[in-house]
Each structure stands twice: as C-alpha cells, then as structure tokens.
Design a protein around this ligand. Structure first.
Ligand SMILES: Nc1nc2c(ncn2[C@@H]2O[C@H](COP(=O)(O)OP(=O)(O)O)[C@@H](O)[C@H]2O)c(=O)[nH]1
Ligand SMILES: [Mg+2]
Length: 284
C-alpha cells in the first residue's frame, strides 16, 4: 500500500455529484440523450456496472435494468442490442435521465462468440436498431430491417466505455487485437473513450476491507498501468470501481462515490462530443 493515494477522490461528496448528474441535459436540442456504449469480455461486469450506476444514482438498490442471470438463457451471452434507461422520479413526475447505456459483449477470443468488430463500428455510428441480435458469424447487412440507414444524432454513440476485470490474468492477444481495432474506429469517429477496471475487491484485500483504499493499492496501480499499455488508453482515462453484486441490500457511500465519479466522467466526455457535433452542424 502507498502511504498516500496516487489519485485524489472527493469522498463524502456524493451530494454534489448527484446534483450535477441530475441536472445534466444535453445542450444540443437534437440530442435527447447521451449514449454510452459499454463493451468488454463476458464476465467483466458490464451489466453489473449499469445496474450499480443506477443504484448509485437512485440511492437505492434498483431492479436491474440489465439483468445478469448466468443460469438463464438470457444471461451474460445475450447478444441483443438494447438500450437501458434510468428512471427518474415516480408516478406523475416520472421521467428518465438523459443518458442511455448499450451493453455489448464484444471481446471474446473465440471469434464465434462475441460481437464482431465491424458490428461494434456500426453500433458506434448509430446504424444498429434496438432489438437486433448480433450474429458473430456475419455482420449486420444494410438490407436488414435492423439496419438504420439514417442515424440521428442520438442514435450514435457519444462515449465508449471498455470494462475489464482487474482480477483477470493477462488479456488474450486476439482480444487485444480486437480491442485495438474498436479503439481505432472510435478514434476515427471522434468518440471519446474511457476504461473501467472492476472486480478490484477481488484483487486486493485492503480494497475489499475498504474501497477508499482503491488508489493506495500498489497491485491495482500496476494492473491499471498494464491495462493502459495493453489497450492504449491513457491512465487518466482509466477508473477503478467496485460493482454491487449479489448480497448488498443498501448502498455503500464510498462505492457510490467511485461509481458516480466514473459516470460523471462518461457524461463529461460524451457531452464534449455532443457539443462538437452541434458546432459542426452550425458550421462554426
Ligand atoms: N466481487 C465483484 N464481483 C463483481 C464485480 N462486478 C461484477 N461482479 C460479478 O461478476 C459476475 C459477472 O458480472 P456481469 O455484470 O454479468 O458481467 P458482464 O458479462 O460483463 O455483463 C457477476 O456474478 C457479478 O456479480 C465487482 O466489481 N466485484
Ligand atoms: Mg452482461
């Protein structure tokens, strides 16, 4: 453990983060919601991340929007393109947060399993319609009814989030190759990128005892540096957090701080792209 954390986190300031996230709205009126595309290997914690950020925002355990059911036929292997929204308020005042999450299993070393890199590209560009079931063996064709030929500004992806487990051995070279391809595409499309390291509690006992130790752990820092080198995402765009998994009944404020901080980064990054899009549209 380092004596001092190598990254400063504003613990105990959830109210401010919640306020900023609750008040957020895209300034571009053509964009109803900011779209976050979450990808990564199966089991990394993508569905859990969406559920955990929902819990952190609502300050209560929420019925999972992205159900993770390893036994069920849906389960982690679902290849359907589906947007997850987060409900804000209840009854008469019911509305949704202006961000949506899409979750795809994109990084399997077995090329017969995961979503294809060319399909991830189509999703980033907004060409994939809700409900499409990805086929690992063939890309979505332009004649398919799930192909959207004219994506609107909120069909496209505004921020790309790579989820990796910190508790995994070195990443497979095929997977790294595919990640690089996806990352390159995102860069060409001007889509900002963030990486999230999950399962940090399983990597380090001190983090398991207290998540506030996250940026004091030497093993986690090494792991994040390794991620950064492997996937080519700068260290300052990689965040670590612990997801809620089975067992928790109540929010943990420190876990929420990490979740909300990560969500705030996603929204800030995505909003940069939305701003840029409106400048381009206005010709300025
Ligand atoms: N200990 C721990 N378990 C996690 C964490 N994130 C996810 N999990 C568990 O890892 C398993 C896979 O998570 P899931 O969200 O389904 O991964 P996905 O396939 O990427 O959607 C589930 O049993 C989760 O409860 C985490 O941060 N810590
Ligand atoms: Mg999942």
């Amino acid at each position: 453990m380092f004596e001092k954390p190598w990254r400063e986190i504003d613990w105990g300031n959830n109210a401010e983060l919640l306020k900023e996230l609750t008040e957020y709205a895209p300034q571009n009126e053509d964009v109803r919601h900011l779209r976050v595309l979450v990808y990564g290997p199966v089991g990394a914690g993508k569905s859990s991340l969406i559920n955990s950020m929902t819990s952190a925002l609502l300050r209560r355990m929420a019925i999972p929007a992205a159900v993770n059911n390893p036994q069920g036929d849906e389960g982690s292997f679902t290849l359907q393109y589906k947007s997850h929204r987060i409900r804000k308020g209840r009854g008469q005042t019911r509305s949704y947060f202006p961000f949506v999450f899409n979750d795809i299993m994109g990084l399997e070393h077995d090329q017969n399993v995961g979503v294809r890199a060319d399909d991830i590209k189509l999703a980033m560009m907004g060409h994939v319609k809700e409900g499409y079931k990805f086929n690992p063996l063939s890309p979505l064709s332009t004649s398919d009814k799930y192909y959207n030929p004219n994506p609107g500004p909120d069909d496209r992806v505004h921020v790309l989030v790579l989820v990796l487990s910190a508790n995994c051995p070195a990443t497979n070279t095929e997977v790294i190759k595919k990640m690089k391809e996806v990352r390159q595409t995102a860069r060409d499309l001007g889509i900002p990128q963030i990486a999230i390291g999950t399962h940090i509690d399983e990597l380090c006992d001190e983090i398991e005892k207290d998540v506030k130790n996250v940026y004091k752990s030497k093993s986690l820092k090494r792991k994040m540096e390794l991620f950064s080198a492997e996937v080519g995402i700068p260290l300052n765009c990689i965040m670590a957090l612990k997801n809620y998994s089975e067992g928790e009944m109540k929010n943990n404020p420190d876990m929420d701080t990490l979740l909300l901080t990560a969500l705030k980064h996603m929204v800030d990054f995505g909003d940069d792209l939305i701003e840029e899009m409106s400048c381009t549209a206005n010709g300025s």
